[in-house]
Design a protein around this ligand. Structure first.
Ligand code: TYD
Ligand code: MG
Length: 452
């Protein structure tokens, strides 16, 4: 094979250098030079978007409806925005052992019946995959396996077998001869992902890359990986619980922030159809420090229990604020609002807050539930039974409306909640059967409601 010329270029400013250097000659940043193939950029990246250099009025473009390929796992299809798309490339990130290979083997097996499927494994041998298939009861699944890590060989295999769906497990193990950098390095991962993506688009092949995550939780390798692919999914979940969440972070073919819920069982991942029931812990009687919020993850509301523990600091040490599944910065902010506008002092106390079930809540609709859980733990007094709470809390102590309040109320009603404490501005025009709606404008009004 003819030796390809490589150059080094800066990930910050784009400057090029013929050899690796610690410092970029262009912008002076350190450790930003990565290797790449020295062909002119247009030749390597042409066709990625299928763009032609003619100008077309928007109105004349007739978009083609993307045909969806259902994966046979409805929860997975939900996060994908209805299924895989021919020529669409998905990146699936997640901690080791969370179940990425399991999910993709299950999807491959289900898809394989109607669409020729190739599973490229760079981490495990075909024997190991077969063992997993045995465990999943999928030994006779119509899936073709390829244990290969070299990009050129993978592309050649796809060329000859012409699959419609390809899994690459994982993209970090794939390397190309054209670069001298070690497999798994930023340069290798980026180049291989870009080449496979371009190939997928040319051939109309649906692909899923498994991506490793770093300690910080981002997909290892360059951030650009997320820009190259069409869809980025993260596999989340607590190691000690059997529940797994697949979250769409980016999706060119559907809604981002969509959430799929699975349970890991003896025989693989099973979709959970009623996830709300799952995140509510089953206390016999109401306990102090617990509040239920309806959070909106993607297209559906999810009832989640927020637990707080407020405990005096022992030995005069520093107070600790810890938030699991919620933003710690936001917790600090909310405690300040609680003090200033609610007259509830938490200085001198450790405050721990947890969103039960390993779910991560990013939206401010949980603010009010966090504050009421904290207040409840501090006073050692449970919130009223069958109460659901939602609402954003502002710095001035006001309770602000959140999007799609009605859906949240309906979800609570469906699961047997009898009272909803919510922002006034979210009050629906019509009442909801069997549910009392208590609307509040300010944090002190919310505290007053739970005091008696
Ligand atoms: P795996 O899919 O190998 O994880 P990843 O590819 O993300 O690293 O999943 C491995 C874990 O899943 C392992 O701890 C065993 C567990 N598991 C089950 O509980 N049930 C099953 O049916 C299978 C196949 C795996
Ligand atoms: Mg794996």
């Amino acid at each position: 094979m003819a030796k390809t010329k490589t150059v080094y270029h800066c990930t910050e400013c784009g400057a090029q250098a013929p050899k690796w250097q610690g410092q970029c000659p262009g912008c002076g940043e350190w450790n930003t030079l990565v290797e790449s193939i020295a062909t002119p950029a247009p030749a390597r990246f042409r066709n990625v978007a299928g763009a032609k250099s003619t100008v077309t009025p928007l109105a004349h473009v007739a978009p083609q409806e993307n045909r969806r390929i259902a994966t046979g796992l409805p929860e997975f299809d939900r996060v994908l925005g209805g299924g895989l798309v021919a020529g669409g490339v998905v990146l699936l990130g997640g901690d080791p052992g969370i179940g990425k290979s399991t999910l993709l083997l299950q999807a491959s097996a289900a898809l394989g019946a109607a669409h020729r499927t190739l599973y490229v494994t760079g981490e495990e041998s075909t024997d190991q995959i077969a063992l997993r298939a045995q465990r999943l009861g999928l030994v006779n699944a119509p899936v073709e396996l390829l244990a290969e890590v070299q990009l050129e060989a993978i592309v050649a295999a796809i060329d000859t077998t012409t699959p419609e769906f390809v899994v690459v497990d994982s993209i970090q193990t794939v390397y190309t001869e054209a670069l001298q950098s070690a497999p798994g390095s930023v340069a290798q991962v980026r180049e291989c992902a870009a080449q496979l993506t371009r190939y997928a688009k040319q051939r109309g092949v649906a692909m899923i890359f498994v991506g490793h995550v770093t300690k910080e939780g981002a997909i290892a390798g360059p951030r650009v990986l997320e820009h190259i692919v069409d869809t980025v999914l993260y596999f989340e979940g607590e190691p000690h619980s059997s529940f797994r969440l697949v979250r769409a972070i980016k999706n060119r073919y559907g809604a981002a922030n969509e959430l799929g819920v699975f349970a890991m069982s003896e025989r693989g991942l099973k979709g959970v159809t009623n996830p709300s029931a799952l995140f509510l812990s089953r206390h016999g009687d109401p306990v102090p420090g617990s509040a239920i919020v309806a959070t909106l993850e993607g297209s559906r509301p999810l009832l989640v229990e927020i637990q707080a523990l407020v405990d005096p600091v022992h030995g005069g040490g520093m107070t600790r604020r810890l938030a699991v599944g919620l933003d710690p910065q936001r917790l600090a902010l909310l405690l300040a609002v609680l003090h200033r506008h609610g007259g509830v002092e938490t200085a001198g106390y450790d405050v721990f807050v947890n969103a039960v079930g390993g779910v991560r809540i990013g939206e401010p609709a949980a603010d009010l539930a966090v504050l009421l859980a904290v207040n409840s733990s501090l006073r050692n007094k449970p919130l009223p039974d069958k109460l659901m709470v939602f609402g954003e809390v502002g710095l001035a102590g006001e309770i602000r409306p959140v999007q799609r309040g009605l859906e949240r109320i309906r979800e609570a009603a469906k699961l047997g909640f009898r009272t909803v404490l919510m922002p006034t501005a979210n009050r629906p025009k019509q009442g909801i059967d069997d549910v009392a709606l208590v609307t509040v404008d300010r944090i002190d009004a919310a505290l007053a409601h739970v005091r008696d």
